[in-house]
Design a protein around this ligand. Structure first.
Ligand code: VGL
Ligand code: ZN
Length: 203
């Protein structure tokens, strides 16, 4: 069974948003069209409390996009984004949501970031997504959403380790930084994931 996993299609990642991904809004109609092809559609939502440790504003004498050590892990310091219940945390208003069966929220622990829809960045706490998918006998995951080299990439890495066949639909994602995305693509392919265009789906 196949599932479409929609990662963080939220206002703050759209042009004009707090952590805008260039051309991020272009993927919304593509994702809307794709949903009809899948028996199961799920989504993730970046969902931070105010004062989250990943925000530059939480720390003193740092700049946005600087990398610090947080509990021994590299942490990019982001502009404040996807704060729980804010407009920026909502899904893009054009995203069709009637087929989205469940939403997995992440980044809710104030002390640690969570790029992946499966685990926090230290791999200490699971969101329950693996168990949910296995219980539904899902074997193949098709990933779309934002940002390509962060939450999409980290979700794919975890999904491959959890034993799912993973496909990135590359026309339905956009990156913050093209060079980092290129490295992420190489790693996805090296780990056995596939990267295709949604028009090349054979179902
Ligand atoms: C994301 C940075 C911080 C993402 C979330 O959705 O890719 N990136 N929080
Ligand atoms: Zn975030």
């Amino acid at each position: 069974m196949n599932a479409l996993v929609i990662i963080d299609v939220q206002n703050d990642f759209m042009p004009g948003g707090a952590l805008a991904v260039p051309n991020g809004d272009e993927i919304v109609p593509i994702i809307n069209d794709l949903q009809a092809k899948f028996e199961l559609v799920i989504a993730t939502q970046d969902w931070h409390p105010a004062g989250h440790a990943s925000f530059a504003s939480t720390h003193e004498e740092v700049n946005e996009f600087e990398v610090i050590k947080l509990d021994g892990l590299d942490q990019v310091l982001w502009p404040e984004h996807c704060i729980q219940n804010s407009e920026g945390a909502k899904f893009h208003s054009d995203l069709k949501s009637s087929k989205i069966e469940t939403i997995f929220r992440k980044g809710t622990d104030i002390k640690i970031d969570s790029y992946s829809g499966f685990y926090d960045n230290a791999h200490l706490k699971s969101t329950g997504l693996t168990g949910y998918l296995k219980e539904k006998k899902v074997e193949n995951l098709y990933f779309v959403g934002l940002a390509a080299e962060y939450c999409v990439y980290f979700s794919i890495k975890d999904a491959i380790s959890e034993g799912f066949n993973c496909v990135l639909l590359e026309d339905a994602t956009r990156a913050l930084n093209q060079v980092d995305f290129e490295n992420a693509r190489i790693d996805i392919l090296r780990k056995g994931g596939k990267i295709i265009k949604s028009g090349d789906l054979d179902f």
